[in-house]
Design a protein around this ligand. Structure first.
Ligand SMILES: NC(=O)c1ccc[n+]([C@@H]2O[C@H](COP(=O)([O-])OP(=O)(O)OC[C@H]3O[C@@H](n4cnc5c(N)ncnc54)[C@H](OP(=O)(O)O)[C@@H]3O)[C@@H](O)[C@H]2O)c1
Length: 281
């Protein structure tokens, strides 16, 4: 268990819990909320599929722990649900207000224009279903923050994978028939801070980067920014043949007053590459 006690000279510090603190979003939240007293629990500190350990009382839970293996959820939907539904219920059982993170994959992708909070979900994968049921498990006292295509300087994500492949290969095949909003975890964490600072009402919030692109367009932007001479061969999802269906179009926008606006995904990519020490071309 990691206990962060950052100093703050003015105002009262909150004591808050970050679950999934070793994940890419969890780490960004720990950094963003460093002025508070943060109890940061990693997977090894609390398996959220099990009831919570004994913890000091907290005023807020930022619940970033999740089963995020979208393809793996197809072959083991029960275990995915134990984490993504049971885990949310366990986090909510602590009795503090909770920010529960959900996904663009709660939508089927057939709308063809940006999804707003009042659009009806219809997940097309076991992972998407588990996230939707997890939203319900968060209860009334929750902010449900849906975001999409997360990336950061740590962990498993598309940007890091492409940097590795782009350095090894002359060409990579990348899906060009899924469109979404690649969102930098640092920008999402800051937007969550903004949401709480604005005393925003509970309920569903769509917080994703400005702009949109396909995975192939994102790969090209990564290679261009990193100066990698790697071509992108545009393929279809059917050609890639992954076990889980993914929405063809899952751009998220907010229709709510006071929704924090995130920077463009290209700005997020630039920040992420800077954090990784990748020199811009
Ligand atoms: N990644 C995306 O593109 C994306 C898009 C939209 C929404 N989201 C949502 O955003 C949130 C954060 O995702 P992320 O991208 O930061 O994922 P991540 O990097 O995979 O982090 C998830 C963390 O949860 C931990 N975890 C997994 N099973 C657990 C369990 N049973 N008990 C406790 N911890 C467990 C993982 O630990 P181990 O690695 O040790 O298993 C990992 O540290 C999740 O709710 C996710 O569904 C993600």
């Amino acid at each position: 268990m990691e206990h962060r006690n950052a100093d703050r000279l003015a105002s009262r510090r909150r004591r808050l819990l970050v679950t999934g603190a070793g994940g890419q979003l969890g780490r960004a939240l720990v950094d963003e909320f460093a002025a508070d007293e943060v109890i940061a629990l990693r997977h090894e500190d609390w398996d959220v599929a099990l009831p919570p350990p004994r913890l000091p009382a907290v005023e807020l839970v930022l619940h970033a722990a999740a089963w995020t293996d979208v393809d793996g959820a197809e072959s083991d939907p029960q275990r995915a649900a134990a984490v993504n539904v049971g885990g949310v219920a366990h986090a909510a059982s602590l009795g503090a207000p909770i920010v529960a993170f959900s996904s663009d994959y709660v939508f089927d992708g057939r709308k063809g224009e940006p999804y707003v909070e009042s659009d009806g979900p219809n997940p097309v994968s076991a992972y998407g279903r588990s996230k939707l049921h997890g939203e319900a498990a968060a209860g009334e006292d929750a902010w449900i923050v849906r975001s999409s295509w997360l990336f950061g300087a740590t962990g498993h994500n598309f940007v890091r994978t492409m940097l590795r492949l782009g350095a090894e290969r002359d060409e990579v095949a990348v899906v060009d028939d899924q469109r979404g909003c690649p969102t930098y975890v640092g920008h999402l964490a800051a937007a969550v801070q903004g949401l709480l600072a604005a005393d925003a009402p509970r309920g569903v919030w769509h917080l994703a980067a400005e702009g949109d692109c396909t995975w192939a367009e994102l790969a090209e932007a990564i290679f261009a920014a990193a100066g990698l001479q790697c071509a992108v061969r545009r393929i279809s999802s059917a050609e890639l043949g992954r076990p889980a269906h993914r929405p063809a179009y899952s751009v998220l926008r907010s229709e709510r007053d006071r929704a924090p606006r995130l920077p463009h995904w290209r700005d997020g990519l630039a920040e992420c590459l800077a954090r990784l020490g990748v020199a811009a071309a």
